[in-house]
Design a protein around this ligand. Sequence first.
Ligand SMILES: [Zn+2]
Length: 547
Amino acid sequence: MPQANRMYSVVIGAVNGKFSDVFAKLATLHAKQNFAFAIIAGDLCAKSDIATDADREELAKLLRGEITVPLSTYFALGRQPLPDEVVDLLEKGHGELCSNLSILGRKVSMKTADGFWIVAVGGAHSASIDQSMSQYAAEYTNDDAQAAGKGLTNADIVVTSDWPAHVQDGTKNRYTGTPPPSVDSIANLCTSLKPRYHFSASEAFYEREPFFHNGPSPRSVTRFISLAPYGNTAKAKWIYAFSLEPAVDASKHLPPGCTASPLTGGKKRKLESQESDFNSFRYANGNGTDHYRPDQRRQKRSRNNPPPIPNQCYFCLSNPSCEKHMIGSIGAEVYLTVAKGPLSTHQTFPELGFPGHVLMIPYEHQPTMSAISDAATRQATVTEVQRYRDALQRMLVEKTKGEDGRAKLGAVTWEISRHSGVHFHWQFLPVPVDMVQRGLVEAGFDKEAENLNYPKFVKGFKEMQEIEEGNFFKVMIWSEALRKEMVMPLDGDFRFDLQFGRRVLGKLMGLAQRTHWKDCAQTVAEETADVEAFKKGFKEFDFSFEE
Ligand SMILES: [Zn+2]
């Protein structure tokens, strides 16, 4: 450990574009503490596709040098792609964005002016990346993680956007909510460098008990700390000052509560196969493994075979391959797409002029609604998806009102909520109002569940609430005159058909041959035409234009 005059440093979670606020607060602290340097472990900029005008103005001010960065600050390449103008400047400035503010990058090892080694791996983990991409594209591979620490046997600080695999093993401090992806190559990096601090960023603050690495005495001890974003509503810790001073008697005493390293013994992940499976049934219903793959039957996702991360998830807008031409509306927490290979066709509902099969997808990459760790975001997502559903239903009423003033269509919304899922969402499909009124939709679901020996649907409010604590399939049946909800528990030991919703409604509506989206896939031109027709029809009901 070098002898530095300044013995404290400070680490910050995601800034998400709030530069003025964060750097003003940092300046106040720095005036008292005289930090050696600062690290931003989370995303520096606001997410491009949801950035507000205020965010863009903040960024412009930063780039014009109108916001003072009070001390030498290194920011991680986070999981969100950086705005183009930032990438341009970094490329021109060799990693410096403005005075005192430099990027750590995808795979970096560097020595600070005070002589501390920082090793960083940034971006979202990917099985492979296009080598022609910018060096500041927000992705890294296992090879990058390995290359970052090459030639070093230790480091003072490791900064990674993903967590090391198994970091929560053997600890009493569990992270509440869904942590960032945990990756074996990041665990290997931490094991080989034995840093004093390993920093990351997450939705909530997390600090593991310190752990010691195997090896001769004195054993190296690592503290793993993951910072919450600045301005998070839960007021979780987003800034953390830490000592760079060597621990007293480190050779003899381990810190209180210290455990053995949980990071050893990680196995190689099978990300690639998981990823291609997932991609292949995106719109079929991405929330689980595919029913029609005999070799995948009953496969439970293990720790070594984790779900796709946002950059690979086709429901995540941050995935470059996300099919953005399917998007029908963009809300604050949720967006709508027309269904790929919709169950209904242009002819099914002539009053509408488009199929009307729609997906409502939250921005949050979580397997279930309850997995959204931030309570405010969770509540806002629940509220907005309900609002979208109401708006879609109002559209059906207005578009199909007959001479008697009554709508010709009702609607069914269904949801698969499983902890083992990937990126949860709701499907929405109009149905003839008669089917709803005569109880045929409800009976259709009951009957098909019985045919397949599934558990019975539960329909009482209190029992539904209990079942919704676990894994479940939910159906919401609606017409102007009728509301009906029913829930099937999915916790039992049976194989649930992810096409169940489409299967039941396909049978009812004479569209059984379209149960699988793959059997009715459309060209991009057809999809685009559907989206345009949908947008036109939905426009006057789409509240996202109002805000
Ligand atoms: Zn996702």
